[in-house]
Design a protein around this ligand. Structure first.
Ligand code: SF4
Length: 342
């Protein structure tokens, strides 16, 4: 395993491990990776993860690693908030809960009581479940699309545990399975010697440098992400670029125009598989939970509207983003290859 981009590698002072997880090789890979961490055995990971009165952002400053055995369900049907990118049989799973990064607009802060990272060591059970669901998928003539990086950034974790690699190897054994690996990381280098496959869509979220700095804490800068995208495309991987969320603030148009100009000058448009565009959106209950914790980010104090239980920007702002992105990307990516969230 290459460990070429250790720019954000947490120290993990403690690893909490469920007794049942001690039977799995992934647990020992973690112990090897963090030999100085204090290992604490616990009967059930939820006794740590779901403790009351935890403060997400305080914990983010010193995340702990939790190793657990996932219980069913191992796979979930896609949600309205998650873009399906045109795939009819759209699912996601959760190899890891929580993320090394700390985007202020991230729903994980409202979803989980803890910022600690949970790695599920029984990836085999998840894969078995994917095989079972594959034969039951509602549109059998279409492949099954599985997002493996929904509640985390799995590729960002690749220099800790090679889990993306394992899922890609799994997909290669199942021609009817497609994977989406959504990421902000620059860690393509960790999988760049793998033989590319059309079954895997590497999906990079790209944001103006100003948004990276202001809203996407601990993530690699835009230039590094773009370099990773370029390398992946040059090696023959299928790449999706995601402008999601497009953040709206005074002057957003000029920043996003500069971003798109940079994308156009760095990447070959005709080699991009497709693009997605979205705006800030979050389930009302998660949003309320985050607001209650008095977050420092001004994201949570803006004027939003509730669209069927989803907190999002106003309809006129959504239309403005759609129009702006269509115009800016025109001539680079055909409009039928751009998926808009609304
Ligand atoms: S990279 Fe994705 S999962 Fe991670 S904190 Fe940012 S939005 Fe959340």
């Amino acid at each position: 395993m290459k460990k070429s981009d250790n720019s954000f590698l947490p120290k993990f002072s403690h690893i909490y491990v469920e007794s049942a997880a001690l039977d799995y090789p992934l647990a020992y890979d973690c112990f090897d990776r963090f030999p100085k961490a204090e290992v604490v055995e616990v009967p059930d990971y939820k006794s740590i993860f779901n403790r009351p009165n935890q403060d997400f952002q305080t914990q983010k400053q010193s995340m702990k690693l939790i190793l657990a055995v996932k219980k069913p369900p191992f796979i979930y049907k896609g949600t309205d908030i998650l873009q399906d990118g045109g795939f009819k049989n759209f699912y996601y799973n959760t190899p890891i809960l929580n993320c090394l990064y700390n985007c202020d607009y991230c729903f994980l802060q409202g979803m989980y009581p803890s910022a600690n990272l949970v790695v599920f060591v029984n990836q085999d059970d998840m894969q078995k479940s994917v095989e079972d669901e594959m034969v039951k998928r509602p549109f059998p003539e279409d492949p099954m699309m599985l997002s493996i990086s929904y509640n985390t950034d799995l590729l960002a974790f690749e220099n800790i545990l090679p889990m993306t690699r394992a899922w890609i190897d799994f997909a290669k054994q199942h021609p009817e399975l497609q994977l989406e690996v959504r990421t902000k990381s620059a860690l393509f280098s960790a999988i760049d010697e793998m033989v590319p496959t059309d079954q895997v869509l590497l999906a990079w979220t790209l944001s103006p440098e100003k948004v990276v700095k202001a809203n996407e804490l601990n993530t690699p800068p835009l230039t590094k992400r773009l370099a990773a995208v370029r390398s992946a495309m040059e090696k023959g991987w299928k790449v999706r670029i995601c402008f999601d969320p497009v953040m709206i603030y005074s002057g957003w148009e000029s920043d996003y125009k500069a971003l798109i100009d940079k994308v156009i000058s760095t990447l070959e448009g005709d080699q991009i598989f497709d693009a997605t565009v979205g705006v800030f959106r979050m389930g009302q209950d998660y949003f309320n939970r985050i607001r209650k914790s008095s977050p420092e980010s001004n994201v949570y104090y803006q004027q939003f509207e509730n669209a069927d239980g989803v907190v999002t920007v106003t309809q006129s702002e959504r239309l403005a983003v759609t129009h702006f992105m269509k115009e800016s990307l025109s001539g680079f990516i055909p409009v039928e290859k751009i998926h808009f969230w609304d």
